[in-house]
Design a protein around this ligand. Structure first.
Ligand code: SAH
Length: 223
């Protein structure tokens, strides 16, 4: 049991664990094959990344509101993006859109070294507190993900968890040659899940993986 200063009791019960096992099975049946990712989904208490009122929905394969007009991504989407990233232990990963921090926790369970950026101060502060209480320690930044994190570049992998109308030159530059960027690209209601593999300083190989729906990647920061 974890105890929050807000007096919220962060319990993880056998019932939650059972629900997570079923969720992992469901993701497997939907085509997620990477066992390390399924183990992470089975381990991470997703209900502790959501507002109290949504706890009973935490282990449905659905996205949910997390306040500040944002959502915690659907578990299938988290698993799908993580599978595309093809993480090896020790990979240096830049994540744009910390949100609840759930995806961050998945990356950390895969033993990546995670640099995560959130543009909304409220979410940045909340995710930081929550992840640390659960024992997850990424590098947190409050800022505009379009700019990346130049001082820690290059990254082995870059993950965007908001709908990106385009990929900024900064992010392309901050990816290692041989590295992969995963992002839902598009400005409409749905976006195309895309991987960009950097093959030289100026060339990328792009592959599409079908339609998804994310909240938009916005410019600048929100106080
Ligand atoms: N990975 C998150 C999903 C969050 S939704 C999770 O598992 O909960 C997308 C998040 O991206 C939102 O929190 C939103 O505020 C953030 N975001 C949008 N544009 C951004 C930008 N330019 N830089 C950093 N974060 C951004």
């Amino acid at each position: 049991m974890y105890l929050c200063p807000s007096t919220k009791i962060m319990e993880d019960t056998f019932k939650h664990k059972g629900l997570r096992r079923m969720l992992a099975k469901k993701l497997k049946s939907k085509g997620i094959h990477n066992q390390t990712i399924l183990n992470a989904i089975e381990k991470i208490p997703r209900h502790l990344f959501m507002e109290a009122g949504f706890v009973e929905f935490a282990y449905k394969d659905q996205a949910f509101r997390i306040g500040a007009g944002q959502t915690i991504s659907q578990p299938y989407t988290v698993a799908f993006q993580t599978e595309l990233l093809d993480i090896s232990p020790g990979d240096k990963v830049l994540e744009i859109g910390t949100g609840s921090g759930y995806q961050t926790a998945v990356l950390l369970e895969l033993k990546a070294s995670v640099y995560t950026i959130e543009r909304q101060r409220e979410l940045y502060l909340r995710a930081q507190k929550n992840l640390q209480q659960l024992g997850y320690y990424p590098h947190f930044y409050y800022g505009d993900g379009y700019k990346g994190k130049e001082s820690y570049a290059p990254f082995d992998k870059i993950l965007i968890t908001a709908a990106a109308p385009y990929i900024s030159d900064e992010l392309k530059q901050q990816l290692k040659i041989g590295g992969t960027l995963v992002a839902p690209i598009g400005a409409g209601d749905t976006q195309v899940m895309t991987t960009l593999v950097k093959v030289s300083e100026t060339e990328f190989v792009q592959t599409d993986f079908g339609d998804f729906s994310f909240v938009p990647m916005l410019k600048g920061i929100k106080r």
